[in-house]
Design a protein around this ligand. Structure first.
Ligand SMILES: Cc1cc2nc3c(=O)[nH]c(=O)nc-3n(C[C@H](O)[C@H](O)[C@H](O)COP(=O)(O)O)c2cc1C
Length: 263
C-alpha cells in the first residue's frame, strides 16, 4: 500500500463532512461520532479519501490544475507512430528514469501495484538479448522445424534475416523495457498494458519514440537466457523498444477502423 489514511488523517482539520467515507471504493471508512473510522483490512490504500477531502485533512500534495486539453491529448495521440529507425542520440539514465516515473500515477486493479520494469540499455546489452535467439534458431533449423514454421507463417524471410545477423526483434533500439506484473495481481495483464501505454505516450511527450514488441513478448517464455530471478513470481505483460526517432512523421495517421454498438 502507498497510503495508510489512518496515519495521515488529522482530526483537528476534519469538518466531519463524510466525503471520505462516501468515496471510499472498498467501504473501509465508517463515520463514528462525526469522524472517519478506518478499517485497515478493507483499505486498499488508493487515497480516494484524501484526494476528495475538501480541507486536506489527509495532508496530501497539491494537485496541478494544468490538465491537458482534449486538443493537446489528441495531438499527443496523433504524434505517436511506431519507431523502427533510431537516431544516434541514446536516452540518458535520467531521461529513462523520468520516462518511467509516470508509473507512479498508473492504476492497477484493486490498487495492487508491484509493477517491475526491467531496463536493458545500450547496443551491447540489447544485442546480447538477440544472440541466444539466433543460436536457438540455428539449432532448430537443423531439425527442419524452422523451415516449416517459416512456410506456415509466411515469415521465412524474417527468420532468414534474423539468422543472417539482422536484429529483427529489437531493430537496433537503444533501450528495451520489459514490464512485469506480480502473478497474484488479479488484473495483472491489464495492469501491465496500462503501465506500458502510459510510458509509450510519455515517451512521445519527451520527443522519443517506441515500438510495442509483440515478438519479444511471445518468445519470452522460451528464451530462458532473458529470465532473471528478480522477476520470479511475475509475468511479462509488455515489451517496449524506446529511442529517439531518426524519422519524424510528417502527416497524420490514416484513420483506424473501429465500431460502436449502441444498444
Ligand atoms: C501489441 C502490439 C505488438 C506489436 N508487436 C510488434 C513487433 O513485434 N514488431 C514490430 O515491428 N511491430 C510491432 N507492433 C507495431 C505495429 O506493427 C504497429 O502498431 C503498426 O505497424 C501500426 O503502426 P503505428 O503503431 O505507427 O500506428 C506491435 C504493436 C502492438 C500494438
Amino acid at each position: 500500500m502507498t497510503l495508510f489514511p489512518e496515519e495521515k488523517f488529522s482530526r483537528k482539520d476534519c469538518t466531519s463532512c463524510g466525503t471520505c467515507a462516501g468515496v471510499c471504493p472498498s467501504h473501509a471508512i465508517q463515520m463514528c461520532d462525526g469522524y472517519p473510522a478506518f478499517n485497515s483490512i478493507l483499505c486498499i490504500g488508493c487515497g480516494h479519501c484524501g484526494v476528495f477531502c475538501p480541507v486536506n485533512a489527509f495532508k496530501l500534495e497539491p494537485l496541478s490544475r494544468n490538465a491537458a486539453t482534449p486538443q493537446q491529448l489528441r495531438s499527443l495521440l496523433e504524434a505517436r507512430r511506431t519507431i523502427r529507425f533510431y537516431s544516434d542520440k541514446v536516452p540518458s539514465e535520467d531521461e529513462i528514469d523520468t520516462l518511467i516515473s509516470v508509473l507512479s500515477q498508473s492504476p492497477t486493479g484493486v490498487n495492487q501495484q508491484g509493477i517491475i520494469v526491467r531496463v536493458v540499455k545500450g547496443a551491447d546489452a540489447v544485442g546480447s538479448l538477440v544472440k541466444p535467439v539466433r543460436k536457438m534458431l540455428k539449432i532448430l533449423s537443423l531439425t527442419g522445424l524452422v523451415h516449416i514454421v517459416g512456410k506456415i507463417t509466411g515469415m521465412s524471410d524474417y527468420i532468414a534475416r534474423l539468422k543472417g545477423g539482422e536484429d529483427m526483434i529489437f531493430r537496433g533500439a537503444p533501450v528495451v523495457l520489459f514490464f512485469f506484473v506480480p502473478r497474484k495481481n488479479p488484473t495483472g495483464r491489464a495492469d501491465g498494458v496500462i503501465a506500458a501505454t502510459a510510458v509509450m505516450y510519455h515517451a512521445v511527450s519527451m520527443g522519443m519514440g517506441t515500438l510495442w514488441n509483440g515478438v519479444a513478448e511471445r518468445i519470452y517464455p522460451f528464451t530462458w537466457s532473458w529470465h532473471t530471478p528478480k522477476t520470479r513470481g511475475t509475468r511479462l505483460t509488455a515489451v517496449l523498444c524506446i529511442g529517439y526517432p531518426a524519422l519524424e512523421p510528417k502527416w497524420k495517421t490514416p484513420p483506424r477502423i473501429y465500431s460502436v454498438l449502441n444498444s
